[in-house]
Design a protein around this ligand. Structure first.
Ligand code: ING
Length: 312
C-alpha cells in the first residue's frame, strides 16, 4: 500500500520591520487553517517566518536586534498560539525562526513539529550567505554571517508522519552536498524555507535568472536524491525590498507538482506518494550500487577551489 502524505507549502507575503509577532502568528494560523481545509497533514512554512528578513539591515545594538527579531524560547508566549492551532487541527509543520539560545548563541533555525504540538527535530542553517561587514554603498545588506553562527547540528533526518524527513534552510539549496548527506540517511522528504531577494546586491542580475536558478536547483536536487522537496518562500516587498515567491512542491522525478503564483500569503498543496521514489532509489540512484566515494575525497578535504591540473 503506497504511503500518501498530503503536504502544503504555506507561503508568507511580506512582513515589515514594524510587524509584530502577533501579526505574523495570526497570518500563519490563517494559512494553517487554509491548509487544513485542503486536507494537508504536513505544512512547510518559510525561513525566519515570524519576522521581516532582518539581515537586510545593518544594526549595531545587539540587545535591540535580540529583542525584536530573535526567539528566546520556542514556542514562546507569542508563538504558542500557532502550536495550539496545529495541535487542534492535528497538523505537523516545519517553521524557520531566529534562535537565541540560553547560552547567548544565535542561529538561523528551523523545527519539525508533530501533529501533537511536540518538537520532533531542529536544524540550524549551515550555509550562511552574504557578508558580516557593513556595505554602506549597497542597496541593501545580507548580514547572515553577522547575525548568525554556522549551524552546529549537521544535516539530519527524522522519522516523521510515517516518512523519513530532513530539513534545510534557503541558501543550503545552492549546495548539493547538503541534500546528498540527507539522502544518504534515507531522506524521503526535504522541507526548506527560504527568503530570497529578487535583486542581487553584488552585481546586476536579471531577476528572471535568479528564479531560473531557484527552479533548476530544486528540480535537480529532488531528482538526483530521489526525494520529495517542499520549498516555501516568504515573498513580496518588505519595507520596499522585494523577495520572490515561487514556493514549490517537487516530486522525486524532478517534476514540479505545485508552485505558488503570487508573492502574498498563499497555500499550495499536493498528495505526495512517498513511495514514488522507490524505483529511482533501486535503480538510477541506487547509491550503494553506483556511488564511488573513494573518488570524492576532495569534496570533504578541500574547501575552496584550487587549480590543480593533472598535467602540471
Ligand atoms: N537568501 C538567499 C538565497 O540563497 C542568496 C541569499 C541569494 C545568495 C542569491 C546567493 C544568491 O536564496 C538566503 N536567506 O539564504
Amino acid at each position: 500500500m503506497a504511503r500518501q502524505l498530503r503536504i502544503a507549502a504555506a507561503q508568507l507575503g511580506p512582513l515589515n520591520k514594524t510587524d509584530s509577532r502577533a501579526v505574523a502568528v495570526a497570518r500563519l494560523k490563517k494559512l494553517l487553517k487554509e491548509a487544513h481545509g485542503m486536507g494537508a497533514k504536513f505544512v512547510v512554512f518559510p525561513e525566519l517566518a515570524f519576522t521581516t528578513f532582518f539581515p537586510r539591515w545593518w544594526m549595531e545594538d545587539q540587545a535591540e536586534v535580540d529583542a525584536r527579531f530573535f526567539e528566546k524560547s520556542m514556542p514562546s508566549p507569542a508563538t504558542q498560539p500557532l502550536f495550539d492551532e496545529a495541535k487542534k487541527l492535528g497538523i505537523g509543520f516545519y517553521i524557520g525562526y531566529a534562535e537565541l539560545t540560553p547560552e547567548g548563541r544565535r542561529f538561523n533555525s528551523a523545527i519539525l513539529v508533530g501533529p501533537d504540538g511536540s518538537i520532533v527535530g531542529k536544524y540550524r542553517k549551515v550555509h550562511l550567505p552574504g557578508h558580516a561587514e557593513h556595505k554602506p554603498q549597497a542597496a541593501f545588506q545580507h548580514l547572515e554571517k553577522k547575525y548568525f553562527e554556522v549551524g552546529d547540528l549537521g544535516f539530519r533526518v527524522w522519522r516523521y508522519l510515517d516518512t523519513i524527513t530532513g530539513m534545510l534552510i534557503c541558501n543550503d539549496r545552492r549546495w548539493p552536498e547538503a541534500f546528498r548527506v540527507l539522502a544518504l540517511q534515507g531522506a524521503e522528504i526535504v522541507a526548506l524555507g527560504f527568503n530570497t531577494p529578487t535583486e542581487n546586491l553584488h552585481y546586476p542580475e536579471p531577476p528572471a535568472l535568479r528564479v531560473h536558478h531557484h527552479l533548476i536547483m530544486a528540480q535537480s536536487m529532488a531528482f538526483q536524491n530521489a526525494t520529495w522537496l517542499v520549498e516555501t518562500a516568504k515573498a513580496g516587498y518588505e519595507d520596499g525590498f522585494r523577495m520572490f515567491g515561487h514556493s514549490l512542491i517537487v516530486a522525486p522525478s524532478g517534476e514540479i507538482a505545485a508552485k505558488s503564483q503570487t508573492e502574498e500569503d498563499e497555500v499550495i498543496c499536493y498528495n505526495c506518494d512517498i513511495d514514488l521514489a522507490a524505483n529511482l532509489k533501486k535503480t538510477m540512484f541506487n547509491f550503494a550500487a553506483h556511488r564511488r566515494p573513494e573518488h570524492y575525497r576532495l569534496i570533504v578535504e578541500r574547501t575552496g577551489a584550487e587549480v590543480t591540473p593533472a598535467n602540471d
